[in-house]
Ligand binder design. Sequence first.
Ligand SMILES: Cc1cc2nc3c(=O)[nH]c(=O)nc-3n(C[C@H](O)[C@H](O)[C@H](O)COP(=O)(O)OP(=O)(O)OC[C@H]3O[C@@H](n4cnc5c(N)ncnc54)[C@H](O)[C@@H]3O)c2cc1C
Length: 503
Amino acid sequence: MYAAFTTLSRIRQMRRCNSPPKNLFLQASPPAAALGLPIPMSSAQTTAILEPDIHRIGREILARARTARPAPFELGWWQDRGMAWANQHQHLREGLFRFISLLPKQRASADVARVLRENVTANGDDLPFPLALAVDFVDDHSLHARLVARAARFAAERMAHSFIVGSTPPEAVAAVTRMRRRNMCFTLDILGETVRTTEEAEHGELIHLEMISALAQAAKDWPQNDQTDVAPFGILPTVNVSVKLSALSPDFSHDIAELDLGEVYRRLAVICRAARKHGVAINIDLEHDSLRAATFDIFKRLLSEPDLRDWADAGIVIQAYLRESRRDLDDLLAFSRRRGVPLAIRLVKGAYWDYETNLAAKHGRPSPVWSQKWQSDANYEALSRVLIENCDQLRPAFGSHNVRSIAHAIAAADSRGLPPRTIELQALFGMGDPLKTALVKMQQRLRVYSPMGAWVPGVAYLVRRLLENTANESFLRQSFLENADEDQLLLRPEQSIAIRGAE
Ligand SMILES: Cc1cc2nc3c(=O)[nH]c(=O)nc-3n(C[C@H](O)[C@H](O)[C@H](O)COP(=O)(O)OP(=O)(O)OC[C@H]3O[C@@H](n4cnc5c(N)ncnc54)[C@H](O)[C@@H]3O)c2cc1C
């Protein structure tokens, strides 16, 4: 009876997904027209129609989130203050982050003291007086230096752990179980990208398999939660795991042109087959631009294998900061149509902006990423609408802490007449917690990207989060640390440039 009900409701929802739009995307033109896709009106036309809803939804999210902010007796309050302070002292911020990224390689306290002195003491003019005094040592082997080094390592570890759900498999399982009780679902990420040796890659594969099996076992005791587990198009897997391909082969992070993709393909195939057997969903993360083509290629080849071509629980990422991202999305859409089974697509802006920009400048070639923040924001909105228009073939998920981007996705889905929770919202563990609370209260399906493992192999992830939290352009920073004006936060990307001026 229940299965019949689910099938019936699935058919109804699919029809709604395919139904003519209320008021958007009326014209068709290449290249999407060649694929049979609806084409959005110009960005200005479309968002003008959606604008009142975006502002209404955005204001509600901000109001709810601002009342859920941590109090001064909570760790989160102090972390926010620390981030705000780091923002105001750019040299020190860079030195601190360099110190953290070098920390895992230092074994002895004297080495930690040296790295601290070279990167933090050298910029110590900005430190508050007691801290400046603490790091003011000359001999790295002195008792003073070694004690300070230990304290610094401890502080860095504490900070790292605020972005990690657990160091061990049992800790991670307990953490995601608690998360589910708070009406949030998760995607587990196992820290340890960019492996250097075959042994590390082997370990990467094994730990993914171990976590898939441990979570699938734990999931048997989880009661179904309608807010997180039931979408209009069907019941979702309760366990979702994100995979970075650079964790599966030492070759994958090197010169991609020379690459033998065999190892990463073999390991990913083993992981996906185990996931399918256990009813677990897999999402492939996107990393640097140099790995993008190979990542899409492996993903599509694997999902074309005879035993995986009808698997509906696989997904991948699109990075809106890439100029090529619309082409990537059209290509995935065409692949999904050929395959005849929906793909989950997580739309993000992209976590490697500084890296891509600096690399392109170093080699004197055009950058693959947009140069101005509003361009990434505007592209994110345009791609959001393409995803929503094609929700019969793509399962849209929006990974962002930007209230304007989130409100735009919700408003676009509503205007299309989609039932609640056709789209999924995603956020990172340890970031934007008040925002998560607000979205859950608004009955959205919220998936939390939940890294697990030791912080040492996860240091690259940690530094990306710190950079993101403290970047000048960061929405989280402006909205929650600096309390920027609501109307300004919710401006259309194209308008925000008019107010702030061209960067
Ligand atoms: C659940 C989840 C999963 C994720 N998975 C991935 C992943 O697989 N791969 C990945 O790369 N990232 C991933 N991310 C990280 C994501 O890319 C960053 O969190 C995101 O870019 C921050 O965007 P925002 O909308 O939250 O914030 P905003 O503050 O609105 O946007 C910040 C982003 O804008 C872009 N930007 C900043 N300055 C400029 C500029 N001058 N010109 C152009 N663009 C600029 C950058 O992408 C920057 O990260 C994930 C995030 C989430 C929430």
